[in-house]
Design a protein around this ligand. Structure first.
Ligand code: CP
Length: 305
């Protein structure tokens, strides 16, 4: 592949190969000397049209650990503010001959469109409610390092499913690797036709997470709701917020995940987020390793200008 646009299109073997590579990158990242030179002389541009803490900084660190020259394009102070389009912005950056563009955009499909217009490799860092492939890969890496395998696990993905590219990429990846996926949340936040993705759906948290090995919480994305469904925080937390009492319905050795950013006290109780079953900080560490693995895999296919 020249691009990584989604989990869709990756075979189980390709996913597992990326996870194996990421395990090696964890070791590199835990050394005092963290540098490799597989991307030496290459230019990586991070082009984020939406806010990010974890994804943008970990792509920057990952590129630098592999020896690339990394540039973070500041959209807020760019000519996008003067009305320059996505495609014109991409064409302009492409003319500077980068090797890799890492792109986040608020519109589903925007990154795919852009990939057709540029000559470099493109990585999807999140497009609307569509896909966030490196998030699903880092989640899978985190799970596999604790549970040994993904196959046969029960993973409950909970909360605001309809607005979540994280949920969509995780459903695709977890299904590809043979996990049982349960979606839990209010029916108003469940996408239509989701049953076709090979998942079970639940509106009751205690029923939905019963026996789950992994409880993956999602952020309530109020900025994408346009006033259509804005429950009170108290009501949402009461029914769908993960506290210890609800978590005790999952498997005794269940682990808790959240892609971040978290709304503490809305979808997750701070005591659970910071508790012994939480993998949230570890997910962030795995994010760097997975992005190194993806960049290194694409490096084998980068054109030699
Ligand atoms: N999980 C995630 O994508 O976080 P950011 O929005 O901070 O990058």
């Amino acid at each position: 592949h020249r691009h990584l646009l989604g989990i869709e299109g990756l075979s189980p073997q390709e996913i597992l190969a990326l996870l194996d590579k990421a395990d090696e990158e964890v070791l590199v990242s835990r050394q005092v000397e963290k540098k490799k030179n597989v991307l030496r002389g290459r230019t990586q541009i991070n082009l984020f049209f939406e806010a990010s803490t974890r994804t943008q900084s970990s792509f920057e660190i990952a590129g630098k650990r592999l020896g690339a020259d990394v540039m973070n394009m500041s959209v807020a102070s760019s000519s996008v503010k003067k009305g320059e389009t996505l495609i014109d912005t991409a064409a302009t950056l492409n003319a500077m001959r980068p090797d890799i563009l890492v792109v986040r955009h608020h519109a589903a499909g925007a990154v795919h469109l852009l990939a057709r217009k540029v000559s470099c490799s493109v990585i999807n860092a999140g497009d609307g409610a569509h896909e966030h492939p490196t998030q699903a890969l880092l989640d899978a890496l985190t799970i596999r390092r604790h549970k040994g395998t993904i196959e046969g696990l029960t993973v409950a993905i909970c909360g605001d499913i309809v607005h979540s590219r994280v949920a969509r990429s995780n459903i695709l990846l977890l299904n590809a690797l043979g996990a049982r996926v349960k979606l839990v949340g209010p029916s108003t936040l469940m996408p239509a036709g989701v049953d076709r993705l090979g998942v079970e759906t639940f509106t009751d948290m205690r029923v939905g997470i019963a026996g789950a090995d992994i409880v993956m919480m999602l952020r309530l994305q109020r900025e994408r709701m346009n006033g259509s469904f804005v429950p009170s925080v108290r009501e949402y937390f009461h029914y769908w917020g993960l506290d210890q009492e609800k978590l005790d319905h999952a498997a005794p050795d269940a682990l808790v995940m959240h892609p971040g950013p978290m709304n503490r006290g809305v979808e997750i109780d701070p005591e659970v987020a910071d508790g012994p079953q939480s993998l949230i900080a570890e997910q962030v560490e795995m994010g760097v390793a997975v992005r190194m693995a993806v960049l290194e895999a694409l490096a084998e296919h980068l054109p030699n200008f």
